[in-house]
Design a protein around this ligand. Structure first.
Ligand SMILES: [Zn+2]
Length: 450
């Protein structure tokens, strides 16, 4: 017996797009095509039927010294309302142990509305931590994260190289924040020495060359160690050129984030510029064009949000120098509708490419495919019924994040999620999140193949 049928929408599957019904039983997709009688039905005429999005880059978990404004409960509520049904959060190595970071993540994610997984940020690549990698991978935690921009990455380069080897052996994907520490530190010191500490100098403190140098170094490390690496939040034309070149030599994936698709460094002329501070900074309009082209031509594999909002007052606190402004913005709820509106409607990317970069590719890269990221028989019934005609203006007050501003306040978009299902359960319907905290489940990640 079919429990739920979604009738008459334009369904985007791995094989293409067609008008079809989608049948759901036992939380999974049980049929696509002409499906028979069902206990419940949803009419999706005139709607798009898409797989739930998979965001490989969020910061919803706490650390011993930091509790995010959008914790798992708030952040995953925003995610669900935006059609993101799986969130991967960073967790941090704790007291030397990677496992302890994951355990904290599991406790925090006990309030998640969305399904979830982790990347473990490695701040101390000691022998014991490296020895933990294989067991974590066999428990489904097949992801690490390394901040190349941290001074520790420079001081402990050999240990990080060994960590990447351990990741390669065990099949853990290594997410990397690619900005060169030495360049950023030198620029920051120069600016401080000449009293140029205002937010308008933030872009100069983290130039494109810092990103490019780190991307090249990450590719070299991937080549030398055999690790699969995932370069997060790439922002510039030159970094994408380096990524494209690197893909010929090593297992390298590239992510961008919404900020680099919609805004330029012109934002930093505003009095409230700090609201858009993220690392790396906003770039030139030529970089924005390159990021769109890279998304369309496959140089970039995914769009991840790097969701980590801070209240206006924290971003705009008086007297903060550019390097003390808490980095990051809200993005989970607007990820899909903005990329549809600015990407698909504006004919910069196709609908199938949108599904690829927001759902299929991230699921594949993170070892969750085809359980997540596809509308296919046997996949989890994570489904977005999307109204391509819905017109909205983005206002923070209407969104589910705990943040009191949105980086795209006032943007007019066309297209918005109407109904969202997670494992066959309706979790969002016509503006309301119905899901309860704690319903989200860990998605065990398969090791990345050699
Ligand atoms: Zn991040």
């Amino acid at each position: 017996m079919i429990e739920l049928a979604i009738r008459g929408g334009l369904v985007v599957t791995p094989d293409g797009q067609r008008h079809a019904d989608v049948a759901i039983s036992g939380g999974r997709i049980s049929g696509i095509g002409d499906v028979g009688h069902a206990s419940r039905e949803i009419d999706a005429t005139g709607r798009l039927v898409l797989p739930g999005c998979v965001d490989l880059h969020t910061h919803l978990a706490s650390t011993p010294t930091f509790a995010p404004l959008d914790d798992f409960e708030h952040g995953s509520r925003a995610a669900i309302a935006g059609g993101v049904t799986t969130v991967v959060s960073m967790v941090y190595q704790e007291e030397g142990s990677l496992r302890r970071g994951v355990e904290r993540g599991m406790r925090d994610a006990g309030r998640s509305l969305a399904d979830f997984a982790f990347h473990v940020v490695v701040t101390d690549p000691n022998d014991d931590a490296r020895a933990e990698v294989a067991a974590l991978v066999s428990d489904g935690h097949a992801g690490l994260k390394v901040f190349m921009v941290s001074p520790r990455f420079v001081e402990r380069r050999d240990d990080y190289t060994l960590l990447l080897r351990a990741a390669a052996d065990a099949g853990a994907l290594v997410a990397m924040h690619a900005e060169d520490h030495a360049i950023v530190a030198a620029r920051t010191a120069e600016l401080h020495a000449s009293g140029r500490t205002g937010v308008e100098h933030f872009p100069e403190s983290r130039p494109v060359e810092a990103e490019v140098k780190a991307v090249r170094e990450a590719v070299e490390l991937a080549e030398r160690t055999g690790a699969a690496i995932y370069l997060v939040h790439l922002s510039s034309r030159a970094a994408l050129d380096a990524l494209r070149e690197g893909k010929r030599r090593a297992r390298v994936f590239g992510e961008t984030r919404p900020l680099y698709l919609y805004l330029t460094r012109a934002q930093f002329a505003r009095a409230d510029a700090a609201l858009w501070v993220g690392q790396p900074p906003l770039r030139e309009s030529d970089d924005v064009a390159a990021v769109w082209a890279g998304l369309a031509d496959g140089t970039l594999d995914t769009v991840g949000t790097d969701h980590i909002p801070h209240l206006r007052a924290a971003k705009l606190a008086p007297g903060l120098s550019f390097d003390r402004i808490p980095p990051g913005v809200s993005n989970l709820e607007t990820l899909l509708p903005m990329l549809y509106s600015e990407g698909v409607r504006a004919e910069r990317i196709t609908l199938s490419r949108l599904v690829e970069v927001l759902a299929s590719a991230p699921a594949r890269i993170a070892g969750m495919y085809p359980r997540k990221g596809a509308l296919a028989i046997g996949s989890d019934a994570d489904v977005v019924i999307f109204d391509p005609q819905a017109e909205r203006t983005i206002h923070a007050a209407d969104l589910h994040s705990a943040c009191d501003y949105d980086p795209y306040e006032g943007w007019a978009v066309t297209g918005w999620p109407e109904v969202v299902l997670s494992r066959g359960e309706v979790v969002f319907q016509r503006g309301s999140v119905i899901a309860k905290p704690g319903r989200g489940k860990l998605v065990p990640r398969a090791p990345s193949a050699h």
